[in-house]
Ligand binder design. Structure first.
Ligand SMILES: C[S@@+](CC[C@H](N)C(=O)[O-])C[C@H]1O[C@@H](n2cnc3c(N)ncnc32)[C@H](O)[C@@H]1O
Length: 274
């Protein structure tokens, strides 16, 4: 029987400690900083903020941040950082936004911008949870506010890196996950070298389960995070946003603000609350 996802990369202390080293935000940091500036966002909700690296970068730009994260180990990590301006960190998931909004005098968090970065949206495996999340985000925004997030384009199939099925001219194919025979090594200041790679477990329609293996050569420790992600296509994402009341303003295909096409590595949505 297939093992259930445990997402231990977000909860196991040894993995949370190296999370920022393995999962660098450099690829998308500038995009979200630029977007927040373009939208003149005062208050930003960072949903699934993880260890808070981007939260921190946005707060440095002078925005007012509310950051929400369901993993206690991850949110504890955010608190180790020193921030220039106060950030409201909340331990909880997107499903807690409604109750947080209800506590406000206006009954909404009245945010100018909500973001979900690092493919948080793909962790919503079933449609009911995703639709409920969109509805909560919609309510947490002020009229005219925006929601921005990204999902990997399903055609990218990053788990099939070594498959001959990928056409070398397919410009989406450069997005790949390292494999057992092609491990990625990063150096963490505290843990030392860390080798990591992904191993596919199964592809069930648009749900992909896989293991992330971590090897610490310094200690010989081996850890595995079992994950599952949902790969929605562009039409499914657009329909879900419209059903929640959003108006889709832009769909970018990469972090350089280029518009998405069918082979773009990412679908980066910017949707507005009417
Ligand atoms: C890949 S990490 C991305 C973290 C961070 N946003 C970044 O850019 O580095 C995905 C995060 O989504 C969080 N997450 C999972 N389910 C969630 C939910 N229902 N509501 C909010 N966050 C969730 C996880 O705990 C995890 O920290």
């Amino acid at each position: 029987m297939q093992a259930k996802p445990n997402y231990s990369e977000f909860s196991e202390p040894q993995l949370v400690a190296i999370y920022d080293t393995v999962n660098c935000i450099d690829e998308y940091k500038d995009f979200y900083i630029e977007l927040a500036k373009k939208l003149s966002a005062t208050t930003i909700i960072d949903i699934g903020c993880g260890t808070g690296l981007l939260t921190y970068e946005l707060s440095k730009q002078g925005h007012k941040l509310i950051a929400i994260e369901p993993s206690l180990a991850m949110i504890e990590r955010t608190l180790e950082r020193v921030y220039d301006s106060p950030i409201r960190f909340i331990h909880g998931g997107v499903e807690n936004l409604d109750s947080l909004g209800a506590l406000e005098e206006t009954k909404t968090l009245n945010a100018d911008l909500a973001i979900m970065t690092g493919h948080v949206a793909q962790f919503f495996l079933n449609d009911a949870d995703w639709q409920a999340a969109l509805s909560s985000i919609y309510k947490a925004l002020k009229p005219g506010g925006h929601f921005a997030f990204e999902c990997r384009n399903p055609v990218v199939q990053p788990w099939f890196k070594e498959s001959a099925a990928i056409d070398a001219t397919n410009h989406a194919a450069h997005i790949d996950w390292p494999s057992a025979t092609n491990r990625r090594t990063v150096h963490d200041q505290t843990a030392g070298d860390v080798e990591w790679w992904a191993q596919l477990i199964a592809v069930n329609g648009n749900r992909v389960s896989y293991e992330i293996h971590y090897f610490f050569p310094g200690t010989g420790d081996k850890l595995i995070s079992i994950n599952e992600l949902r790969f929605r296509d562009r039409n499914q994402l657009e329909k879900s946003l419209v059903d929640a009341g959003f108006v889709i303003e832009k769909v970018f295909g990469n972090w350089d603000f280029s518009l998405a096409d069918s082979m773009s590595p990412e679908f980066i949505f910017v949707a507005g609350r009417a």
